[in-house]
Design a protein around this ligand. Structure first.
Ligand SMILES: NC(=O)c1ccc[n+]([C@@H]2O[C@H](COP(=O)([O-])OP(=O)(O)OC[C@H]3O[C@@H](n4cnc5c(N)ncnc54)[C@H](OP(=O)(O)O)[C@@H]3O)[C@@H](O)[C@H]2O)c1
Length: 248
């Protein structure tokens, strides 16, 4: 799958070539993993149409979504997203698992789940796969049901849940790079806590209209707007694929 290279400009590049070898783990600060966020948005900033992100996506976005999962130690999605999108095994394609192994990563990335309420969607397919490691971070008392997945549970403080979860993922599981796949509440909280390093944003050539769907980041107001630097811009089927780094 070829993408037009807008910035830096150049010959078309395959989605696979443009999304490999990032070595995010090497960029991790001392006390937490390097955190990369991936979103697809309509041009008017909505994160879903009729409650799902799929109508915003195209073939290149889907490929990039799966390729980014080959680049990190752990994948994190909020309980709202896990529930709504019915998450299963994070890397289903054996070729992509092989690609991870060849890059020195575990075949299956750790799935990170953070819940303040303890209302974890235990019935989603993610928990049905014995090969899938899952680390749950919560401030609530949890009594998980028997599931196939290899689940660990750690306590975090309610006020510092995301920071604690990332710190513990590093300390307990050696996680040096995390891909956060949303949703808007988790992204907003990560931003407010200063825990985001990069954003991969697909701008879909659609206007969702209405005011029922969330923007890509919601929740607490930021003390000041986060400033980002554009690292690359690619295009396919009128969608833009933007890689931004948070300016520090
Ligand atoms: N366009 C995209 O790329 C994209 C990506 C992802 C999701 N989405 C869409 O976004 C919608 C879901 O959005 P959402 O914002 O409700 O879901 P979300 O951010 O995935 O999940 C929200 C939940 O995460 C937990 N959470 C949030 N902040 C937390 C914090 N600081 N500490 C601990 N836990 C925290 C809470 O769970 P507890 O209640 O368990 O405490 C909260 O209810 C869906 O329609 C989905 O399709 C779109």
């Amino acid at each position: 799958m070829e993408l037009r290279r807008l910035l830096p400009s150049g010959e078309p590049v395959s989605a696979d070539d443009a999304h490999s070898g990032f070595a995010f783990a090497d960029l991790a600060p001392d006390d937490r993993p390097y955190v990369v966020v991936d979103f697809v948005s309509s041009l008017d900033g909505r994160a879903a149409i009729a409650g799902r992100s799929a109508p915003l996506s195209n073939a290149a976005d889907r490929r990039i979504f799966h390729l980014l999962r080959t680049q990190v130690d752990a994948v994190f999605a909020g309980t709202g997203t896990l529930r709504k999108e019915r998450y299963g095994r994070i890397v289903r394609d054996p070729d992509l698992r092989e690609r991870r192994a060849a890059a020195g990563l575990a075949e299956d990335p750790l799935a990170l789940v953070v819940s303040r309420s303890g209302d974890v969607p235990w019935d989603i397919p993610l928990f049905d796969v014995s090969e899938q490691p899952v680390a749950v971070y919560t401030g609530a008392e949890l009594r998980p049901p028997a599931v196939q997945a290899d689940v660990s549970i750690s306590q975090v403080s309610a006020e510092r849940s995301l920071r604690d979860a990332l710190r513990l993922a590093r300390a307990e599981h050696g996680v040096r790079s995390v891909l956060c796949e949303g949703g808007p509440h988790v992204f907003g909280s990560l931003l407010a806590d200063g825990l985001v390093d990069e954003l991969f944003l697909c701008m879909a050539p659609l206007l969702a209209g209405g005011d029922t769907e969330l923007g890509i980041a919601v929740g607490p107001a930021l003390p000041e707007a986060a400033r980002l630097e554009l690292v690359h811009a690619l295009e396919s089927e009128d969608a833009l694929f933007l890689r931004y780094r948070i300016a520090r």
